[in-house]
Design a protein around this ligand. Structure first.
Ligand code: HEC
Ligand code: HEC
Length: 369
């Protein structure tokens, strides 16, 4: 009998424990029926400037006005971080051409990664890998990562999904973008689809001086024209070819390829402190190679290179004029350049024709909050 009683107590105790555990669990997400809200998406018209390539858009994630708008909210909303202090835009600020002007960006815990933030201008055209080392292929795949990265937003997706489901704003926005019928249908997969849609909308205005000259709507100054010829190796004087256009080719001013542009002095290809592309491909020849960044709006994105080692364009030019550090995989066209002060000023003047103030002041790309 005593034995039975103690067994009975044990069972009661177990039930009580389970029950009290249940009390500590986060409340289940509030369930809101969304069917009454209209779902009627409109196709988003991308404004692709003359001469740009077509954009490859995944069939399962076409751009809609409502999807881009939801993505814009998510991009700017600190709800994506553990303590509501950071959003994507903390490290990708519109006024800095979607960089943060830091050599390395502190995440919510104040810890910094090893590389500099990257511009998102024309990111929808980057079909040869994302990040300095090209370790992910699609914007959807990329957008999954910052939320759970301890050096960035340091949250979990299940927590973020719960916050979105319970918010006043998001059930409606997800309904309008994706036609979900209940708030619990909000998922990370839909969230990153919306963020990717917003990112694909971040396209050059087509109003930079370079673009206007290309379209026949403006003319270069003599100095800019000199710089243009030096940049693209079309100056009749071959000693004035700077080879920049091979890797920073028009119209994107990046080929989206990976090169070692000679930043680090190494005795062997195993010695780079950051292996870059080689870390992903495991190919020795890729060590120390990084993705070629765009030069559009470059005046807004200092410091330069994957580790932000150069503060000014002059320091960048000093580097290229020197020819860079020798290595077996140094970009084949790199060699010491014979550019005098006037040639360098011309090159800089040309690069500054890539300024695109209309891009960084476009209200469609700015915070909705
Ligand atoms: C704490 C700063 C930080 C936050 C927050 C952050 N990023 Fe980044 N982002 C970076 C850095 C640094 C890199 C380059 C990292 C590397 O190459 O290893 C990067 C790279 C990228 C790239 C690749 C660009 C290219 O040219 O290949 C994309 C796209 C991107 N981020 C989008 C986002 C989105 C979307 C969010 C929010 C969900 C976000 N980032 C949040 C710092 C941040
Ligand atoms: C062989 C290919 C190659 C050539 C030629 C080349 N670059 Fe680069 N450039 C790169 C790569 C790769 C990077 C990024 C390297 C890194 O961060 O490790 C880069 C980075 C830059 C940056 C920094 C961009 C940023 O956002 O941090 C500038 C500015 C630049 N290059 C200008 C030039 C100019 C001007 C020329 C011609 C004098 C030139 N490049 C020639 C491949 C090249």
């Amino acid at each position: 009998m005593i034995r039975n009683l103690s067994y009975y107590c044990l069972v009661l105790f177990a039930i009580a424990t389970i029950h009290s555990c249940g009390d500590d669990m986060p409340e289940p997400p509030e369930q809101v029926d969304l069917e009454a809200i209209p779902f009627n998406t409109q196709e988003y018209q991308l404004n692709i400037p003359e001469g740009f390539p077509a954009m490859d858009i995944p069939e399962d994630n076409p751009l809609t006005v409502q999807g881009v708008e939801l993505g814009r909210h998510l991009f700017y909303d600190p709800i994506l971080s553990i303590d509501s202090t950071q959003s994507c835009s903390t490290c990708h600020e519109l006024r800095s051409n979607f960089t943060d002007n830091l050599a390395a960006s502190p995440g919510v815990e104040g810890l910094t990664g090893r590389r500099s933030s990257m511009s998102l201008l024309n990111i929808g055209f980057h079909t040869n890998g994302l990040f300095w080392d090209g370790r992910v292929q699609t914007l959807e795949e990329q957008a999954l990562l910052p939320v759970e990265d301890p050096l960035e937003l340091n949250d979990t997706w299940s927590n973020v999904e719960n916050k979105l489901r319970r918010s006043d704003r998001y059930p409606t926005l997800f309904r309008e973008a994706f036609g979900i019928s209940e708030s619990r249908e909000i998922t990370k997969e839909l969230a990153v689809q919306a963020i990717a849609q917003f990112e694909r909308s971040l396209i050059s205005s087509g109003n930079s001086k370079f673009d206007r000259v290309t379209a026949g709507l403006a003319v270069f100054t003599d100095q800019e024209l000199d710089g243009f010829e030096i940049f693209f190796d079309i100056n009749p004087d071959q000693s004035l070819h700077a080879e920049c256009g091979h890797c920073h080719n028009a119209p994107l001013f990046t080929t989206n390829e990976y090169f070692n542009n000679g930043l680090d002095a190494v005795n062997s290809l195993t010695e780079f402190t950051d292996l870059g592309r080689g870390e992903i491909t495991d190919v020795l020849f890729d060590n120390g190679a990084f993705k070629v960044p765009t030069l559009r709006n470059i005046d807004l994105t200092a410091p330069f290179m994957h580790d932000g080692r150069f503060q000014t364009l002059d320091e960048v030019l000093d580097h290229y004029v020197s020819g860079g550090n020798k290595a077996d995989n140094l970009g084949a066209v790199l060699r010491p350049l014979r550019l005098n002060e006037e040639n360098r000023e011309a090159l800089k003047a040309f690069i500054l024709t890539l300024q695109d103030p209309d891009f960084v002041t476009n209200p469609a790309f700015a915070s909705p909050f």
